[in-house]
Write a protein that binds this ligand. Structure first.
Ligand code: KG4
Ligand code: ZN
Length: 442
């Protein structure tokens, strides 16, 4: 209520101070005056721009320092990305203070590089969007502080962005025909979730990971299998290495795995058990074949293939149940059934093939942004800013109290409701998914 009064007061003052054809972009004096009448904390305000709308986005939630400038039509005017991947690969995983130092070292250069490529100045930019949740706190803090610093210096509104929401909405930049509502599977290094995206800022959460996310499981297993000691894989992420090794399997069904959570009629995910099964096979093989400390087991390709297959089948099961739930509750119109797949592990072509089979069978269109947009980047943050700009939501001039959040659920939680529906699925056969040898495991 106070915010609404404040907004109205701002509009009145604005109209009084500016001529008719001069539209309000941003005015500190008005904001200061209005804020005296408004609540403490975040004050959301309306912004009007005579320009087409250009948003600068900053991403530092994990180990990529990204910045991009995107306009209201979804044109990427400029972008820059500095990955810390190789450093963390050599350290055997992300060490948060090291990630923070690298973000600190790189952020300014990355932002100015994106601006240079876009050939714009800060005067052309309407707002600054920055990832504030969820993510590694030390990493998030660098983006938050730098984003706020730019807003203060250039008198721009600040847009706090939810990293997973940004992964989901990127699909609407990639596919301009994609409309709400749609089903979305987000599979990344830190998260695994299924949701219905109803609006830019409205999601229904159907399922989430109860332990390791897919990217995390791939990374941990690749590390344990010592894949980076194979020169061809030495610079790849865990997921990329497992996918490549699996593609070379001569007996992809050699190692059998139990599909997780089969007895649970929900849409949650779990990969900790699969990880232990892989580990069991690995230790047995290492002993049997007398593998040296930094050596790789001879059957590593087959092990990767089995691992990738069980992850894919698990994801497909949960997606199929989510589709059945969506149809029971009529959450998506029959002629608009779309599954968006995004996040780093969505780069995996084998997983995508499995999901495509499910989509074909249940009449869904599948939208998967290209790898560059699936993994962390500044474009997705800027685009989320654009989506919010268009809806006139989530822009703050009083942003000092906005902080970071290590974890943050996405949208309204329907996980228990999904389980209560007790949906039994007749699993879609994934035999078409077989590796080249074409053996069936269904
Ligand atoms: O979305 P993202 O860039 O960062 C997070 O928000 O976590 O995802 C990174 C994750 C890493 O764990 C990486 O191993 C995984 O995405 N990844 C893949 C593939 N490419 C990257 N996982 C499976 N298959 C791939 N081809
Ligand atoms: Zn991500």
């Amino acid at each position: 209520m106070v915010n609404v009064l404040g907004n109205n007061l701002k509009l009145i003052l604005n109209n009084a101070l500016f001529s008719n054809n001069m539209r309000f972009v941003y005015n500190t004096k008005i904001n200061n005056l209005v804020s005296k009448f408004m609540c403490t904390g975040f004050c959301q305000q309306r912004f009007y721009s005579s320009k087409r709308g250009i948003i600068l986005g900053i991403e530092t939630s994990c180990d990529d320092t990204g910045c991009a400038i995107v306009d209201v039509e979804g044109n990427i005017l400029g972008e820059a990305l500095k990955s810390q991947h190789l450093i963390h690969l050599n350290n055997g995983g992300i060490i948060p203070p090291i990630a923070q130092d690298l973000h600190r070292k790189n952020i300014e250069h990355v932002v100015y590089e994106a601006i240079k490529v876009a050939n714009v100045s800060f005067a052309d930019i309407d707002a600054i969007a920055t990832t504030v949740k969820p993510g590694l706190p030390l990493s998030l803090l660098i983006g938050l502080r730098y984003g706020k610093h730019l807003c203060r210096e250039h008198k721009k509104p600040f847009m706090p962005i939810h990293h997973m929401e940004a992964h989901a909405l990127t699909a609407r930049m990639y596919d301009k025909n994609l409309q709400f509502p749609f089903l979305v599977l987000l599979i990344s290094g830190g998260h695994c979730l299924l949701a219905v995206a109803e609006k830019v800022d409205k999601f229904l959460l159907l399922g989430e990971s109860i332990d390791d996310a897919p990217g995390e499981a791939f990374d941990k297993m690749a590390r344990r299998m010592k894949l980076k000691n194979i020169p061809e894989y030495s610079q790849l992420s865990g997921g990329q290495a497992v996918e490549l090794a699996a593609s070379k399997a001569d007996d992809p069904l050699e190692y059998k795995f139990q599909i997780p959570l089969l007895q649970y009629k929900d849409c949650n995910f779990s990969l900790a058990g699969v990880k232990n099964q892989v580990l069991g096979h690995l230790i047995k093989e290492e002993r049997k074949k007398d593998v040296l400390a930094d050596g790789v087991i001879p059957g590593v390709n087959n092990l990767c293939a089995g691992f990738q297959l069980v992850v894919t089948r698990h994801l497909c099961h949960r997606v199929q149940r989510a589709m059945e739930y969506v149809s029971r509750k009529q959450l998506i119109p029959l002629d608009k059934k779309t599954l968006v797949v995004s996040g780093g592990a969505a780069c995996n072509n084998f997983i995508a093939k499995g999901l495509t089979i499910i989509c074909d069978e249940l009449g869904y269109k599948i939208v998967r942004p290209p790898p560059k947009l699936c993994t962390d980047n500044g474009v997705m943050i800027a685009w989320n800013g654009v989506e919010r700009w268009k809806e006139n939501i989530g822009m703050f001039t009083d942003f000092e109290d906005i902080g970071i959040e290590k974890s943050s659920p996405l949208g309204e939680r329907l996980i228990e409701d999904v389980a209560n529906e007790n949906i039994r699925c007749k699993w879609v056969k994934l035999s078409k998914l077989n590796y080249p040898q074409n053996k069936s495991d269904d």
